[in-house]
Each structure stands twice: as structure tokens, then as C-alpha cells.
Design a protein around this ligand. Structure first.
Ligand code: C5P
Length: 228
């Protein structure tokens, strides 16, 4: 049973205010995406990676993978307009031998090996698993500057990647999403709509999705100090 990782990294990074997508921003001389790919390449249960990148960056990322000594295990394909279009493009590039899929954002370079294992193990038990952190602030719904409701925070989980799925479940979810025009900001929400139960394991506070310039400061410090 082979496991592959699909790494969506085809966003434009407009919220970062950089003149290049954030996944290619250099941290300690290395693009963020390279930090993420290295983490995945170090996992013994991952047989290969499909990196999904902007169309004009396919050549660059293929060269980047070769420079990591991983040219053979990384396939690079072009992404789409929404994250879910990019993941779908990644799924199409998986080999027939792949039965489990680890989806991990290209801009989350700080996920630990333990987090990948924990999420993978949970998915192997149930078919689908995500990692998430319980909300620590009080959570409210608000609209036009006015509070609408207070949400019990002991039931609010802030969801991260990795998310791990049995391949056939994921393919079915993406097939239906295409047919019925479902929109989702993560992959599990499509699988949930199949009626499949998705397991939740504890995420990591520092497994942030690098989105804003402040995130870069934190990531830069962490990657210098964290164990490799
Ligand atoms: O846009 P968001 O912050 O949710 O992006 C999470 C991940 O999905 C990033 O790694 C980003 O590059 C990727 N993405 C993508 N294709 C898109 C939009 C985002 O692969 N069209």
C-alpha cells in the first residue's frame, strides 16, 4: 500500500504583499516550499510527492526538487484557480499504486514528523483524518461590526494540514465536488459531505500557514532553532 503526498503550492500569495508567491520566499536562503518538501521527503512512509505549483513555476520547482536530491520522487504539475482545483490537479498525477494520500500545504514548513505520523495513523484506522488545535480565544460570530453570537469554544477546532485520506474516498469526494460545484477551503470538508467520519488529532501551535509578513518573522526564527 503506497502513500503519496500532494502539496498544494499554486497560490498567488496576494495577502503577503510580495512580488512573488509566498511559497517561493527565501527563509535562510531556501524557498519555503523547499523547507516543506524536505520535511515530507524525510518521512519513511511517503513514497513520493506531487507538488502543485503555478504554471510558470513548474520548471523552477522541478529544478528545486533535483537540487534537494529528490528529482525522482517529486512530480511537479500546474495548479488551478482555487486550492481545491490545485489539489484535484495533484490527484490526477498520482500513480495507480497509490492508496493513501497525505495532503499538506506548501506554506506549512514547520509541521513536525510526529504530527505527520499522528495524522497518518489516525487515517489508517478510519479512512480520513485531520489535525487541528482547540480555539484558545473566545470565539464569536460577527457581522457588519456587531456581535451576532458567542460560540462554545470547547467545540471549535482550528484546522491545519496534514490531512490524510484513503485515496478512493478522496477521489470520490473530488468527483462529487466537481459535479455539484461544492466549494471548500480544506479537503476534509469535501470528504465530510460523503457522510464519511473524519478523525481529528491534536495539531501543533507552530504549524502555521505562512500567510502574512508577520508569519515570516516567526517562521524564520523557528526554522533556525527547531530540530531538523
Ligand atoms: O490560499 P490558502 O492560504 O488557503 O493556501 C493554502 C495552500 O494552498 C498554499 O500552499 C497555496 O499555495 C495553495 N494554493 C494552491 N492553489 C490555489 C490557491 C492556494 O495550491 N489556487
Amino acid at each position: 500500500e503506497q502513500t503519496f503526498a500532494v502539496v498544494p503550492a499554486a497560490g498567488s500569495g496576494v495577502r503577503m504583499g510580495l512580488n512573488h508567491p509566498k511559497q517561493f520566499h527565501l527563509l535562510h536562503g531556501k524557498p519555503i516550499l523547499a523547507w516543506t518538501l524536505e520535511r515530507l521527503l524525510a518521512l519513511p512512509f511517503v513514497h513520493g510527492i506531487v507538488a502543485v505549483v503555478p504554471e510558470n513555476a513548474v520548471g523552477f520547482v522541478a529544478a528545486l526538487a533535483s537540487s534537494l536530491g529528490a528529482g525522482a520522487s517529486v512530480t511537479v504539475v500546474a495548479g488551478g484557480a482555487r486550492r481545491q482545483d490545485s489539489v484535484r490537479a495533484g490527484l490526477r498525477a498520482l500513480p495507480d499504486t497509490c492508496q493513501w494520500v497525505v495532503i499538506h500545504d506548501g506554506v506549512r514548513p514547520m509541521a513536525s514528523p510526529e504530527l505527520f505520523y499522528r495524522t497518518y495513523e489516525a487515517a489508517r484506522q478510519s479512512g480520513a483524518a485531520i489535525c487541528a488545535c482547540l480555539a484558545q480565544d473566545t470565539v464569536k460570530m460577527a457581522d457588519s461590526g456587531w456581535v451576532q453570537a458567542t460560540v462554545p469554544r470547547d467545540r471549535v477546532w482550528l484546522v491545519q494540514t496534514p490531512q490524510v485520506f484513503r485515496r478512493d474516498l478522496l477521489e470520490r469526494a473530488f468527483h462529487l465536488a466537481q459535479a455539484f460545484e461544492w466549494n471548500a477551503t480544506d479537503d476534509a470538508s469535501l470528504v465530510e459531505r460523503l457522510g464519511v467520519r473524519v478523525a481529528v488529532v491534536e495539531g501543533e501551535k507552530f504549524n502555521i500557514k505562512i500567510t502574512t509578513p508577520e508569519d515570516l518573522l516567526w517562521a524564520s526564527w523557528y526554522l533556525e532553532h527547531s530540530p531538523k
